[in-house]
Design a protein around this ligand. Structure first.
Ligand SMILES: Cc1cc2nc3c(=O)[nH]c(=O)nc-3n(C[C@H](O)[C@H](O)[C@H](O)COP(=O)(O)OP(=O)(O)OC[C@H]3O[C@@H](n4cnc5c(N)ncnc54)[C@H](O)[C@@H]3O)c2cc1C
Ligand code: FES
Length: 262
């Protein structure tokens, strides 16, 4: 983990409400793994006080890419950053995905969860590892890829304007039915309702699945305890230690096995 003065190379709209930024950040780029994130410093002043966590969406040579949705003051400020501007990043933070080459990876991304999923998709391609990429969105305008199931890319939309009509979980059921391999690992990231639905589905089906959680964070490196994630535990709730019942998304995650989570 380092603090690095990065330089914005490009910053612009990728799809409806979604932006992408490329930054020169050689130190972070040299070690970041898919699933890890950086904390962007929005202001040198008091507002917004906290850095904003952003998953790394790509890496090439000395650069990293981010994909972000404007939801409030911090991301609004990020959208105004211009090429050449120097910005302060803390990272890489958190753990990353664990790929077991003995199973077929199925990647499921929704909303801004496409960032860590895109990074994993590119890394698997670079290593020649066959996999399926499934992206969910409410509407076709939020997608930036083409629906191409024959090329292992499936899109879903809630309103059916692109790809399979339905949620990412509906799409996942279709993809799993078509797959010849019966040994898969699911990798998922997306908005909280999608993560809950995905967790319930994979746990019910007994499928191995890693989920990248996006808990609201304070420090990003284990000090403030603001990002606790409750674990599934059989231990009597009056007895267990805090660490037996909770993990911290920023240092133990943000990627967790779905079967571990409450
Ligand atoms: C590990 C991690 C990785 C993330 N990666 C990405 C990413 O790649 N792209 C992206 O667009 N966003 C990502 N997020 C979410 C992003 O950090 C928040 O959207 C951002 O901090 C909001 O800042 P803001 O000042 O614009 O909005 P705020 O004014 O702080 O909040 C506006 C709204 O966004 C919600 N919000 C705030 N923080 C989070 C959060 N951490 N997760 C979910 N909702 C939040 C608030 O509840 C509120 O409703 C990630 C979060 C985490 C923890
Ligand atoms: S964000 Fe501070 S401990 Fe995780």
């Amino acid at each position: 983990m380092v603090i690095e003065e990065a330089k914005v190379r490009s910053n612009g709209r990728l799809a409806q409400g979604i932006y992408t930024m490329e930054l020169t950040a050689p130190v972070i780029a040299s070690s970041v793994q898919p699933g890890q994130f950086v904390n962007t410093l929005i202001s040198e002043g008091w507002f917004p006080l906290l850095r904003r966590p952003m998953s790394v969406a790509s890496r090439s040579d000395d650069r990293i890419g981010l994909i972000y949705k404007v939801v409030g003051a911090g991301t609004q400020a990020m959208a105004s950053w211009t090429p050449g501007q120097q910005v302060n990043l803390l990272g890489p933070l958190g753990n990353g995905w664990t790929v077991d080459e003995g199973t077929f990876p199925v990647l499921v991304g929704g909303g801004v969860g496409i960032a860590p999923i895109s990074f994993l998709h590119e890394e698997l391609k670079d290593h020649g590892i066959e996999h399926h990429l499934l992206m969910g969105a409410r509407d076709g305008s939020e997608h930036y890829l083409q629906h191409a199931p024959e090329e292992n890319i499936t899109l879903t939309t809630d309103n059916g304007t692109v790809g399979i009509k339905g949620t990412a979980i509906d799409g996942l059921k279709v993809v799993l039915n078509l797959l010849s391999s019966n040994s898969v690992t699911i990798f998922g990231c997306g908005p909280p309702p999608m993560l809950v639905a995905l967790k319930l589905f994979v746990n019910d089906q007994g499928l191995p699945c890693q989920l990248a959680t996006e808990e609201i964070m304070g420090c990003g490196f284990g000090i403030c305890q603001g990002c606790s994630v409750e674990l599934k535990t059989d231990v009597d709730h009056h007895q267990p230690s805090y660490r037996q019942r909770f993990k911290l998304a920023c240092i133990d995650g943000p990627v967790f096995w779905a079967h571990e989570l409450a």
